[in-house]
Design a protein around this ligand. Sequence first.
Ligand code: ADP
Ligand code: ASP
Ligand code: MG
Length: 399
Amino acid sequence: MGTIIQKFGGTSVKNTERILEIAKKIVERKKLGDDIVVVLSAQGGYTDTLLKKAHNISKTPKKRELDVLLSTGEQISIALLAMAIEELGESAISFTATQLGIKTCSNYNCAQILDIENKKIKEALKEGNIVVVAGFQGVDPYGNITTLGRGGSDTTAVALGVALDAQEVEIYTDVDGIYSADPRVVKDAKKIDEINYSEMIEMAGNGAKVLHSRSVELACKYNIKIHLRSSYSWKEGSIVKGEDEMEKEVIRGITHSKNLSKITLRDTPHRLVDVINTLSNKGYNIDIITHDFDLERGATISCILKQELLESAFEVLEDKYPESRKNLIHIPNLGKVSVIGIGVKSKGVAAQVFKVLSENNISIEMVSSSDINISCIIHQKNLEKAVSLLHRELIEEAK
Ligand code: ADP
Ligand code: ASP
Ligand code: MG
């Protein structure tokens, strides 16, 4: 008998009814004889509520304190589920990341897991318990509470899979699989039965929040299968695994991400490396970067970053390059639509993407592409329309 890791997201534990429902399923699974480790998120919407509470007090709360606050959501869920399991006559014990030793770096709000001590879990399993672990949180080398970034409980689940030598991690959510586009946006999106790590990393990293992209990176590194499925229907879901379908040149999906903005520094004598370092040294995560160089006018550098960072990133550049203020411009309210899959390198796909957007009067602010991804930055108001149009053209009507 092996060890099964089951992760339940926010909607799966959003109220007492749902907690009792999943407790029953977990207990049924335990009766088959495997050891069960459950990873939980905060109750649906709770992390957002906590964030609002913080921002009602401070516009720029200290990241350390934010993590102390945000980690409490998961602590509530694990205690409630452990109680529900006990009510059904099975033994359960809950652990926070600090109690367990889920060690991370000190990068608050976006910490990386460095190591997980498995001794305590193994002992608790040996004693016959269902072990319930708080997702999303960690502890740094100095004993501070950290969090892994929004959606990070998936990564806790896979990291526990690695620490406990599990073959597969089951991630239960509010959709019954990974789809060729967000099923809440494209009603004809198709369920994907199997997807390889590279394509899923690309989908998750470009807005398919159904999985935290770092969970897929970790699963890929340690060759652990992820089974993404619904906590409502318990049907077979989608499997994320190795590269065996790599040769199949298909377009896997159309993803989108919202709330982006663009900053451009025009005709500047400054070097790309200095401008980008100015932002990244201050901790800004930059997405797409473009650089045009002209001997007479100098460089024009543009980059995409999250809308919430726009104001402060703009100020950083104004302070650093006061003489270039008039050449600094920004465009808010952008989004990114991405076409993902090995098939994007086939002849003509990029042209097809641009044609669909242009025929529908959707102007493109920026483009980036790789072997498995063509992404276009467009105005957010056109985003969902672009996703639907590209899905129809490249997936529904593909020969
Ligand atoms: P959980 O709280 O269980 O972690 P999330 O809200 O993080 O759940 O992820 C599930 C959501 O991801 C779905 O409700 C769906 O709207 C969204 N989603 C975005 N892209 C996709 C996709 N390609 N396939 C399936 N779901 C997707
Ligand atoms: N509760 C956290 C969030 O809402 C982590 C997670 O759900 O995975 O982002
Ligand atoms: Mg999630």
